[in-house]
Design a binder for this molecule. Structure first.
Ligand code: SAH
Length: 283
């Protein structure tokens, strides 16, 4: 159990009135919060949180007013401006405002826009990064987002643009050629388009794909499929978002690294899924 008195003695930042701390909450498991986030929560007067933030985390802000600012689904959002204006208003009232966003605030979370609006309005800010679903969520599914035998690059893409469409600016051929592993945020709605784009760009139809829903939470579920079958399998499984989709051979590592299954007593399916045929640590 955690004894917070044992935390390293250091001068933790003081949350001054009138500041906004833009803070990542991680993908779900409250234990994936950073210590800076915890420090902010305990001092905050107001916590403005998003839909994907695990509500248990809010219990660490016992003195704060809690304001829900959720929006989901890549819909055009008139509310984004309202959220930024609300943050400015609260800061100008002299509140310590903790803006809590799922994962990392600067990864597909419009944190950059919010921060920019705050700075433009002379509100002092602090940015507290978080563990992004595309890294931490996959790790909880036993998938290393990079692995020496698989990829020297990884690409994070969003399946939605500002209008809820597949982003037209994405060059799928370039991504397909340049990145052995592709991690898709908000990809469920347009998975068929993404799949077709990658197949047309020459990716192997048998390439492994993992779809991790509610990653790191108690509801975490992992669907393993292939590029060819992913759209139909996702539909058949009636998966509910949030989901992170990993395309690439890194998914195979789950056969040996599904540590949650192993903790529950299962034995690894295959200790050498990439057929290295040599001890993993040998050069
Ligand atoms: N800033 C967030 C991402 C916000 S976009 C981050 O860094 O993680 C929202 C998308 O993130 C979701 O549609 C989903 O694709 C992904 N996501 C966030 N939390 C998730 C979770 N617990 N499990 C699976 N996907 C998640």
């Amino acid at each position: 159990m955690i004894d917070f008195n044992l935390l390293p003695k250091k001068k933790w930042p003081i949350f001054s009135p009138g500041w906004v701390w833009l803070c990542g909450a991680g993908p779900g498991d409250p234990g994936l919060l950073t210590l800076h986030a915890l420090n902010g929560l305990t001092q905050a007067d107001v916590v403005v949180f998003d839909a994907l933030v695990n509500k248990e985390i809010l219990e660490w802000a016992p003195n704060a007013e809690l304001i829900y600012a959720g929006k989901r689904g890549g819909k055009p959002s008139a509310k984004q401006r309202d959220i930024s204006l609300h943050l400015i208003e609260l800061a100008k009232l002299g509140k310590r405002v903790l803006r809590l966003k799922g994962g990392d605030p600067f990864v597909f979370g419009r944190g950059g826009e919010e921060a920019q609006t705050l700075v433009q309005n002379f509100i002092p800010i602090r940015i507290i990064p978080g563990i992004s679903a595309g890294i931490g969520g996959l790790a909880y599914a036993g998938i290393p987002v990079t692995h020496r035998d698989v990829n020297q690059a990884v690409t994070f893409v969003t399946g939605h643009d500002q209008n809820g469409n597949t982003p037209s600016s994405l060059n799928w051929s370039a991504i397909s050629e340049g990145s052995q592993v592709i991690v898709v945020y908000m990809g469920m709605k347009h998975i068929d388009h993404i799949r077709m784009s990658l197949l047309n760009a020459g990716r192997d139809k048998n390439e492994p794909v993992a779809v991790v829903t509610s990653a790191t939470s108690l509801k975490q579920h992992v669907l393993e499929t292939t590029l060819e079958n992913c759209a139909q399998d996702i539909k058949a499984a009636h998966l509910t978002p949030p989901a992170i989709i990993c395309i690439g051979r890194a998914v195979l590592m789950r056969q040996v690294l599904d540590w949650q299954a192993q903790a529950a007593g299962e034995t690894p399916r295959n200790v050498d899924p990439l057929n290295r045929g040599r001890p993993a640590e040998s050069a």
